[in-house]
Ligand binder design. Structure first.
Ligand code: UD1
Length: 423
């Protein structure tokens, strides 16, 4: 398992190109199952999760343009005209929970799907009950047997669906299923993340009829069939937010290319309030670190502050000029970075779903362990700002979601190397 060795204390300066959003690309790849024609995606990040999804789609019979296991470029073509398998086994699904998003498209297009239940993960139980309930409301018959979701339908029909809480995944599964259903589906309390808007845009290019993208009510009028399309994956707002904090925590100046301020929602005003200077250009941001002010956050569905930025924000707050409270409302177990940050000298107390972070004047290098994707980047941030050397173990988590991370950081002047170690 690889580790990172980081010698901290250097301000990061220079230019970084923000990649396409993993959380959008994965769902857009699933959308290819809705049509017999070719879907071409550009700006697809080269990441472990994308490779896992490519493997799963290849197993179902999708022809992938750049090879099933070897996704090298940033363009990916998918052709689902010869689907031969409607079952996604555990060994393909367990690597990545987003695999459940093939369920809606398979059901809508082929009337049948058998998908291994993804199971819990480090940050919480993450059930899929709302995905299943919505599809049942559209007429699917669903049973759970031997760890699999087994779903069947004649033809899905439009329905009025009320989600009891906002779920990105349940919105995506139902949205894709509804594009080929009979009649109109209305999704109430739908997720409004930029990645959902991106999916709506791509589905519309494929011929879907969708109103309300980016709002909490999505109205989808089912069509007979969808066709091929070409689409650019939206920029990764979480990667962008993470690099803004890299400038903030090291006191550097970074230009982020390929990202527009409007994709970042609540991230920008909150980071500005901590003292980071952010100049907004048309498709780039110039950010400059300053002294760090403490600010509170509560994680919320979009347009609120995203849970996927919580750990990185906490890393910044460990060096702030006062005390901040960080409340996590989306996932029940998303503070695993706290003991690791504490090993580096951070002063953090947890009370229920709230972390109270008292800023310290310096962090010091230590050996720490990455526990999940975003938590891993928070440790990288802390290490970049810390005095001395930090070793971050189990960085495979970071490879799931940050494209060429050490290369990008090295280009900005970070002293970071990857060390390959035996498991
Ligand atoms: C997606 C993102 C993830 C992000 C999360 C919240 C991808 C691949 N992942 O995950 O990075 O942190 O949105 O912005 O896009 N829930 C249920 N029942 C369900 C579905 C969800 O109770 O059927 C709960 C979850 O346990 C969680 C909350 O709803 O507490 C929100 O989860 P959801 O928005 O569905 O997250 P994901 O789509 O899994």
């Amino acid at each position: 398992m690889d580790s990172f060795i980081i010698n901290g204390g250097k301000p990061l300066n220079g230019v970084v190109k923000i990649s396409g959003a993993k959380n959008s690309a994965l769902k857009l790849m699933c959308a290819s199952l809705l049509t017999d024609e070719k879907l071409v995606l550009h700006n697809v990040p080269n990441l472990a999760d994308i490779t896992s999804m490519a493997r799963l789609l290849a197993h179902l019979g999708v022809k992938l343009g750049t090879g099933d296991d070897d996704i090298t470029g940033n363009t990916l073509t998918m052709h689902s005209d010869e689907i031969r398998e409607l079952s996604a086994p555990y060994e393909l699904v367990r690597r990545m929970r987003a695999s459940i998003i093939v369920l809606g498209p398979l059901l809508a297009k082929h009337g049948k799907a058998r998908i291994s239940l993804p199971g819990g993960c480090a940050i919480g139980a993450r059930p899929v009950d709302m995905h299943l309930k919505a599809l049942e409301e559209m007429g699917a018959k669903i049973e759970i047997a031997e760890g699999y979701v087994i779903a069947e339908c004649e033809k899905l029909r439009g329905a009025d669906i009320y989600f009891e809480k906002v779920s990105v995944g349940a919105t995506e599964n139902s949205l894709m299923a509804a594009t080929l259903a009979d009649g109109v589906t209305t999704l109430h309390n739908a997720a409004a993340e930029p990645e959902i808007v991106d999916l709506c845009e791509c589905l519309s290019k494929m011929g879907a009829k969708i109103e309300g993208a980016g709002s909490s009510v999505l109205k989808i009028t089912g069509v007979e069939k969808l066709h091929g399309a070409e689409h650019n994956v939206v920029a990764d707002r979480i990667e962008a937010g993470s690099f803004i904090i890299a400038a903030g925590i090291t006191g550097g100046e970074i230009t982020l290319e390929n990202i527009s301020a409007k994709t970042l929602g609540a991230i920008l005003p909150k980071l500005k309030a901590t003292g980071i200077e952010i100049e907004e250009k048309e498709n780039s941001l110039i950010v400059k670190g300053n002294s760090i002010h403490s600010k509170d956050i509560i994680t919320e569905p979009h347009p609120g502050f995203p849970t996927d930025m919580q750990a990185q924000f906490m890393a910044l707050m460990t060096l702030a000029d006062g005390t901040s409270t960080i409340q996590e409302t989306i996932f029940e177990n998303r503070f695993m970075h706290v003991p690791e940050l504490a090993r580096m000298g951070a002063n953090i107390k947890i009370s229920g779903n709230t972390a109270i972070v008292k800023g310290v004047t310096k962090l010091t290098g230590a050996e720490v362990m990455a526990t999940d994707l975003r938590a891993s980047f928070s440790l990288v941030l802390a290490a970049l700002a810390a005095h001395g050397q930090t070793k971050i173990n189990r960085v495979y988590h970071i490879d799931r979601g940050y494209e060429k991370v050490e290369e990008k950081l090295q280009k900005l002047g970070a002293d970071i190397i990857r060390v390959a170690e035996k498991a």
